[in-house]
Design a protein around this ligand. Structure first.
Ligand SMILES: *Cc1c(COP(=O)(O)O)cnc(C)c1O
Length: 420
């Protein structure tokens, strides 16, 4: 007897072969805007032209006093830590499960990322943060994993009580909000990526939001030396005399990336509204599939739906391993189902396990933090190994594709015995 499963020779559940999800959406208006930029300026050293337009639009959208563009999200995070005066020997509490760039810039500042256990849904657990605070702790960094805001009520109160700076990595979560407030605006600074697949994309790029003037001048010093720093840092400010060189790095966004991001920002709310509809459909339908559990978004929380995540429960399918279940989904043509690769518990990464040896990435860096062995963060690690994620479409016409993906999941689940 042949199996209906595509992995075993059957007909795939998803009719066309894809790609099924491309990002960012680019139309003729986008093309015209980027081409116009190509003709007007491909280098913008000051806060003028498309860079000023994008920063103004970001300030309006987020309701922030300052938005400063950078060359990447990694650069935005690095600048934010430096602007927050993170120094050698300081500790910064970071989620154990995030993309590594949330915390990796700390190695360059001689500071220690202190990994913190997450809640089963992936965001940092405020109760665990409280347990990790020491006299060396200077700040808490929060990622809003897959676009779902972390518990900002608990984290804001904790940071305030303990006199720590709260920093955010909003790279998955442009436009997401908690209690009506957009993420990236809760603490001293919010850093964002504008990289390819992110909810707001310039292809490459990043930005930092802050309401604090001094933090703004520090970020200019870190990322925008010479013309811009000279023009914007007031005479008499202690950093003004460093304006020509800044701190030695130059981390500006490319004007063509700024033009793309500027175009995309005008559409962001429409993207998010469309995703909300399809995410509601996927949440409802995938929850009905035995073996998949989709946690609903709590009241008062709005996700950007960078990804919809389901927790796979192998015991529901006779112990069928996650990767075998995933392989069967992909064979069904549901190729956008993905097991998170680079966004993984940081204690599993060599950079975090051995920052100073054996290959001398950071010679002399103190190997003080012992909690970087596999198994040190059982909740985050278990959640990571059982997570299957899916990008969320935003156009009504993609609902048909979403339905085919649901059928694929149902089919693999129904016929799982053939894979055991
Ligand atoms: C993408 C990403 C970054 C890094 O941004 P780049 O623009 O690629 O440098 C940092 N943190 C998170 C959570 C990300 O998803």
């Amino acid at each position: 007897m042949t199996s209906p499963l595509a992995l075993l020779g059957g007909t795939p559940a998803v009719a066309n072969s894809g790609p099924h999800f491309t990002w960012p959406p680019i139309d003729d208006i986008t093309r015209a805007k980027v081409l116009a930029q190509l003709d007007s300026a491909v280098s913008v050293p000051g806060r003028s032209g498309i860079v000023a337009d994008l920063e103004d639009a970001l300030q309006d959208y987020f309701g922030a006093r300052h938005a400063i563009t950078t060359s990447s999200g990694t650069a935005a995070l690095h600048a934010s830590y430096w602007a927050a005066r993170i120094q050698p020997g300081n500790e910064v509490i970071v989620p154990a499960w995030t993309f590594h760039a949330t915390a990796s810039p700390l190695f360059h500042l001689g500071a220690a990322p202190i990994l913190c256990e997450t809640l089963p849904a992936g965001n940092i657990d405020p109760a665990r943060v409280a347990e990790l605070i020491t006299p060396r702790t200077r700040a808490i960094m929060v990622t809003h994993l897959w676009g779902k805001p972390a518990d900002m009520t608990g984290l804001t109160a904790l940071a305030k009580d303990c006199d720590l700076d709260l920093l955010e990595d909003g790279s998955h979560a442009h436009g997401a909000s908690h209690g009506g407030q957009k993420v990236g605006t809760f603490g001293l600074a919010g850093a964002f990526s504008l990289n390819g697949p992110k909810p707001l994309s310039g292809g490459e790029g990043g930005f930092v939001l802050t309401d604090d003037d001094d933090t703004y001048y520090r970020i200019l010093t870190f990322a925008h030396y010479n013309k811009r720093a000279r023009k914007e840092i007031p005479q008499g400010h202690p950093l003004a005399r460093y304006a020509v060189t800044g701190a030695g790095l130059k981390l500006r966004i490319h004007p063509l990336a700024a033009a793309l991001a500027h175009d995309q920002l005008t559409r962001l709310d429409a993207y998010l509204a469309g995703r909300e509809e399809i995410a509601a459909y996927l949440t409802r339908e995938l929850s009905q599939v035995p073996a998949l559990e989709v946690t609903p978004v709590p009241e008062g929380v709005k996700s950007s739906w960078y990804a919809l995540t389901a927790t796979y429960q192998p015991d529901q399918l006779g112990g069928l391993p996650t990767d075998r279940f995933h392989e069967a989904l992909v064979a069904e043509g549901a190729t956008e189902f993905d097991l998170p690769g680079s966004t993984r518990p940081l204690n599993q990464l060599p950079l975090y396990q051995h920052p100073s040896h054996p290959s001398y990435l950071f010679p002399g860096y103190p190997n003080t933090h012992s909690r970087c062995r596999p198994g040190d963060f059982p909740i985050a690690e278990k959640a990571h190994t059982h997570t299957i994620k899916l990008p969320v479409w935003h156009r009504e016409q993609d609902l048909d594709l979403a339905e085919q993906y649901v059928s694929a999941a149902r089919k693999v689940s129904e016929h799982h015995k053939e894979l055991l």
